[in-house]
Design a protein around this ligand. Structure first.
Ligand code: HEM
Length: 473
């Protein structure tokens, strides 16, 4: 393969012992600093190629993308019961059709309702924070952000109320995510018939039944509405929420022809919905957590966000102040830079993997990669390269005030045709939240230097236990 190889390692097992000691992506970045932006190592007898070079990544993610597929047997395996054949994990024609169907919903249509949903969610959080303000009581803000982002995505996708999101949905959903994370590091948990194994199966079934029932009832409701537009609304339920807006489910159902309606369509929509919710809340919560952490470390950053918020929301903005028009929200420029810099410095998703489906040559024939090779796109490596990002470990939101960045050098949402569908939603939602919080409160992180330490194994990357504890003033 004509590229540097990580030295040492055990026969067959390769570098596995080294990789479980440090956060593996931190170690891979150290290897990158020694060996360069493309190298390989061995894991359980398989060759893994790590890439952190923008030009080569353009080939992997764009120009030669057909030679690569998602690595379903490895990275995504523990989450397959949630992701199914949704957008993140589908391939070929199915991916193409589904992506075409929801692209404009995520890029344009849904963005109209996100600011109001985010505003309501952050106001609920402000009420909770008011109750601990100046008491000296510390709260774990990361957990609060996870609830907030789950409420936002659950309302945008299914019009769920915050209570349904926190109580019914979070209770069904979060144990599955927790077990999925455990299975990433202890894959045997997916095979041994322990109580956790059976609980996981039951949790997945309950969640599937719940979402299927919402989809089927909503479909029937839409059919009635189409036949009889003045039909009195049915009693409020998850299928017909009291304040049902034109949510993502409605927009997807609007594109389904009655002739194609059936259990296969329902299953596919169910997998898409589970995918949007999984892909769309922990990542955004992690970005918010790190951006807030950095604001606790620099009063200058916190004050600048607060000043920008005062201009955009009004100096005395409160729960009842309506949000300004969408174009004015675009003026939260520095706030957005803070979020982007958090994505760069902490690389919330530090790595994504692919597998070659045929032999492929990269770098104008310099590297010949055999079929079946695992490709590791080292996002954190690209974000921490000193030649691309001077002083890479320093948090400098101003970097994003300039033109750029150069293509394939800023990859929190990757790039190319399979880039993140929810990136605009995520940045819009979180800039409203961050600006509101820093305008109204001052936060102090407790725990000293430990507060900024990354959890060694969780993806998206979050602070290490006990999370980001803050006192509110
Ligand atoms: C800070 C927030 C987010 C980050 C860092 C993030 C990151 C990513 C990354 C790295 C990928 C590529 C995964 C791969 O290639 O294997 C991805 C794909 C995806 N993301 Fe996000 N994401 C975020 C928010 C969201 C939100 C809010 C949604 C909303 C539903 C979302 C939906 C998706 C979907 C559907 C895909 C698959 C796209 C495709 O393959 O066509 N993401 N995201």
């Amino acid at each position: 393969m004509n590229m540097p190889v990580v030295p040492g390692g055990l026969l067959f097992f390769g570098q596995v012992l080294e990789l479980i000691r440090l956060p593996p992506w931190d170690l891979m970045v150290q290897w990158m600093e020694r060996l360069g932006p493309i190298y390989r190592f061995t894991l359980f007898g398989e060759s893994c190629v790590v890439v952190a070079d923008p030009r080569l990544l353009r080939e992997v993610l764009q120009t030669s993308m057909k030679a690569f597929q998602k690595d379903l047997g490895f990275t995504y395996k523990p989450f397959m019961p949630l992701l199914g054949t949704g957008l993140v994990t589908s391939e070929g024609q199915l991916w193409y059709t589904q992506r075409a169907m929801v692209s404009s919903v995520f890029r344009i249509e849904i963005l109209e309702i996100i600011p109001d949903i985010a505003k309501r969610a952050v106001e609920r959080l402000c009420t909770k924070l008011e109750s601990v303000r100046n008491t000296g009581q510390a709260v774990e803000i990361g957990e609060m952000f996870r609830h907030l982002t789950l409420q936002v995505i659950a309302e945008a996708v299914l019009s769920l109320s915050p209570e349904e999101s926190d109580q019914t949905f979070a209770r069904m959903y979060l144990p599955i995510v927790t077990e999925g994370n455990r299975r990433t590091w202890y894959p045997h948990r997916a095979y041994l018939p322990t109580p956790a194994f059976w609980a996981f199966r039951k949790d997945v079934k309950v969640l599937n039944d719940y979402i299927t029932s919402i989809i089927e009832k909503r479909w029937q409701l839409r059919q009635c509405e189409a036949k009889e537009p003045s039909h009195p609304p049915p009693p409020a339920s998850a299928a017909s929420p009291p304040h049902r807006q034109h949510d993502i489910l409605d927009r997807i159902l609007g594109g389904v022809h009655p002739k194609t309606w059936g259990s296969a369509t329902v299953r596919q929509i169910r997998d898409e919905i589970k995918t949007f919710i999984l892909a769309g809340h922990e990542t955004s919560a992690s970005m918010l957590t790190w951006a807030l952490y950095e604001a606790t470390q620099s009063q200058g950053v916190a004050d600048r966000v607060a000043a920008e918020a005062a201009v955009v929301f009004g100096p005395d903005a409160s729960a009842t102040t309506p949000l300004p028009a969408a174009d004015k929200l675009g003026s939260l420029i520095y706030t957005q830079c803070c979020l982007k810099e958090a994505l760069r410095k902490y690389s919330v998703v530090p790595i994504v993997t692919r597998e070659t489906v045929r032999e492929v040559s990269l770098g104008s024939g310099r590297y010949l990669i055999p079929k079946g090779t695992r490709m590791m796109i080292l996002i954190q490596g690209v974000h921490h390269r000193k030649d691309l990002w001077p002083s890479p470990l320093t948090y400098l939101p101003e970097r994003f005030l300039k033109e750029g960045p150069e293509p394939f050098t800023f990859l929190p949402f990757i790039d190319g045709p399979r880039n993140c569908l929810g990136q605009h939603l995520a940045l819009l939602e979180t800039k409203i939240v961050l600006a509101t919080l820093l305008q109204r409160f001052r936060f102090e992180a407790i725990g000293g230097e430990r507060a900024g330490r990354k959890h060694p194994s969780m993806v998206p990357v979050i602070p290490d236990d006990p999370g980001l504890m803050v006192v509110v003033r």
